[in-house]
Design a protein around this ligand. Structure first.
Ligand code: HEC
Ligand code: HEC
Ligand code: HEC
Ligand code: HEC
Ligand code: HEC
Length: 476
């Protein structure tokens, strides 16, 4: 190996010669500085300290800095080319300069240097691309970088899928799904930058087919059978009188003999539908492909008009549209939290007052927090001073729960309020199953999509105080 002097002279001379201009020097400084910070960040994150919860740090380290690094390299090249063309044009290329020939040893060494530098750059840029791409798939990037995702991100973190990445439901596996997602993502990013995004955001018909996402984790052939649903409700009286309902849902599925049963089994064949609105809430035509291949068409209203429009094949998402991030109703949310202990049932009229406070408009999360808390405290102070004196901590806890319910369901900036994103399971708060099972979707042969309560569930107990069945089952 030659000594350092001849290495510089022989290997690097052309680069230092042409690179000796302020553009390339600036590029060199940018490249070196960003490479050092990047590699430092990667080393730190290998030891587990790189993952910051701040999404903007992620954007800087995973997306912007690699871009700066590449821009630095390009700047060096621009400087070299500019200086070379200037020197060639003014005939100033020195006589000692190596020929551009593979037989010239200095040129060959220069080429070796380029190859080594390129390899190093490939490693850095490759690592950066890999990390950047992986970063764009994280929940932190999808959910928190853009404030427009705040409603879904908030609901997601308290859902049963909080451990499933957004992309596992929203992006089809494989290259095509990936490219589709990135093209869409870029479009959405521009919409956010130019404040040109829709509010509220709706996604009906935009998700990949459930067969490519949900079925990666859920086996549709597993039979769930019957599922007992117990729900509690509280009345608007002074005692917040509690009642329970017990419903046996016939979820069914496919059993080990391949027999289909219940709710899941009934929709496992091919069912298509046409809706007349963008969130698939009004369904005018339903087509069921029978086992012999014939099509039974159920229509609501004028059969000819009902059958025109875009057909969609029903899958898991048409019922489970809120699995990733469910918004609820003020009644359901309050009943559920009261059953868990807060707001405490010992506070007179807390159900009635709480519900009224949840249904008001406050304009922002901060105002909601301030006003809900102040109004609830004022109510007990003025109407029930004795309760306020003895149960101050319960009143404060109740206010805290109400604020939590409100701020995880109402997002004024994104125009998300009660009922903006209806849940298609059930039929009590939004049309849900009754979009088709309302008793008015008929086939020509007088067949109707069933509206028989017992096809889907048996209402074992409906709103009773201490139902005997609960204690018989050992649940109370
Ligand atoms: C378990 C699957 C799943 C996960 C995980 C998931 N989503 Fe969704 N998402 C859905 C489904 C299903 C829809 C509704 C599609 C439809 O209406 O047809 C949806 C709809 C949306 C919508 C449209 C508005 C709405 O609420 O219907 C947004 C925005 C959204 N998701 C963002 C996210 C973000 C951000 C994350 C991660 C923080 C995420 N999702 C995680 C399944 C999921
Ligand atoms: C990466 C794996 C994964 C994917 C993808 C996934 N799930 Fe799940 N899902 C789970 C796990 C794990 C649970 C159990 C969570 C628990 O028990 O708390 C679950 C629970 C559920 C439940 C019962 C709890 C609830 O919230 O009602 C339903 C329904 C469900 N998933 C439907 C879906 C649908 C529909 C999709 C596609 C849009 C989907 N899942 C995609 C893993 C997944
Ligand atoms: C026709 C509507 C409908 C379709 C389509 C549907 N489901 Fe369900 N599913 C239900 C209902 C209703 C329940 C019970 C609701 C509840 O638990 O509150 C349920 C329950 C579940 C559960 C939870 C069971 C439990 O033990 O809590 C899972 C998991 C599930 N479905 C997955 C799927 C998957 C995966 C698909 C697609 C292959 C699918 N479902 C298609 C209506 C549907
Ligand atoms: C897009 C329309 C559509 C939606 C939405 C829908 N279904 Fe169905 N459902 C059908 C069709 C079509 C049939 C088959 C009717 C037939 O063959 O007579 C069916 C059949 C059934 C059956 C079998 C009925 C029987 O008598 O054998 C059950 C149970 C059922 N659905 C439950 C549900 C539940 C629960 C929901 C909501 C979570 C739901 N369906 C949502 C279209 C729908
Ligand atoms: C196509 C299927 C289907 C039909 C038909 C149907 N329901 Fe339901 N119903 C459901 C499902 C699914 C749920 C559960 C929703 C959930 O899990 O949140 C439900 C929930 C309910 C609830 C709330 C139970 C609770 O625990 O909060 C009541 C009440 C109810 N149904 C009454 C009826 C009555 C009365 C009829 C007959 C006129 C009927 N339903 C017909 C599917 C159906």
């Amino acid at each position: 190996m030659a000594d350092e002097g001849s290495f510089r002279k022989e290997w690097l001379r052309p680069f230092f010669f042409y690179g000796n201009n302020w553009i390339s020097l600036l590029g060199g400084a940018i490249t070196t500085a960003s490479a050092m910070v990047l590699v430092g960040f990667w080393i730190v994150s290998i030891f587990g300290h790189g993952g910051s919860s701040n999404p903007y740090l992620g954007i800087i380290f995973e997306l912007i800095l690699p871009g700066v690094f590449v821009a630095g390299l390009v700047t060096i090249l621009i400087g070299i080319l500019t200086r070379r063309s200037y020197l060639v044009a003014t005939d100033q290329v020195p006589s000692f300069f190596p020929e551009i020939s593979i037989h010239d040893p200095i040129f060959r060494h220069g080429l070796d240097f380029v190859v080594i530098a390129t390899l190093i750059n490939f490693v850095i840029v490759g690592t950066a691309c890999y990390r950047g791409v992986a970063y764009m798939d994280t929940v932190s990037f999808c959910g928190t970088t853009c404030h427009v995702m705040l409603p879904e991100n908030t609901a997601y973190h308290i859902s049963s899928h909080a451990g499933v990445a957004c992309t596992q439901c929203h992006v089809a596996p494989g290259t095509a799904g990936y490219i589709h997602a990135k093209v869409n993502g870029t479009k959405q990013l521009l919409e956010v930058v130019f404040h040109n995004y829709p509010a509220p955001i709706m996604a009906a018909n935009k998700l990949p087919a459930a067969s490519t996402t949900c079925l990666g984790c859920h086996d549709p052939a597993s039979s769930i059978g019957d599922k007992l649903r117990i729900s509690s409700a509280y009345a608007d009286d002074e005692a917040n009188s509690p009642t329970s309902s017990l419903t046996m849902l016939h979820v069914g599925g496919k059993d080990s003999f391949g027999r289909l049963s219940g709710i899941h089994g009934a929709h496992m064949g091919k069912i298509e539908y046409i809706s007349t609105d963008s969130s698939n809430q009004t369904i005018s035509w339903v087509g069921k492909t029978e086992s012999d291949g014939s099509l039974t068409e159920f229509t609501s209203g004028d059969p000819k008009a009902a059958a025109t429009g875009q057909r969609r094949t029903m899958d898991c998402i048409d019922c489970h549209n809120t699995v990733g991030h469910a918004f609820t109703t003020p009644e359901d949310a309050l009943n559920k939290d009261m059953a868990l202990g807060s707001p405490a049932v010992t506070l007179p009229f807390v159900h009635k007052e709480g519900l009224a406070l949840l249904k008001e408009n406050y304009g922002s999360p901060e105002l909601a927090q301030a006003k809900i808390t102040a109004k609830l405290i004022t109510f007990y102070r003025s109407q029930y001073p004795a309760v306020w004196n003895s149960q101050q901590s319960q009143v404060n806890a109740a206010a805290k729960t109400l604020v939590k319910i409100y701020n995880s369901n109402i997002f004024p900036d994104m125009k998300v309020g009660w009922g903006t994103h209806p849940n298609n399971i059930g039929h009590t708060n939004s049309p849900g199953c009754f979009r088709c099972h309302d008793g008015s979707h008929n086939a020509g042969n007088a067949k109707t999509i069933t509206n028989d309560c017992s096809a889907c569930h048996n209402l074992l107990v409906s709103g009773e105080l201490h139902p005997k069945l609960l204690s018989d089952l050992g649940l109370q």
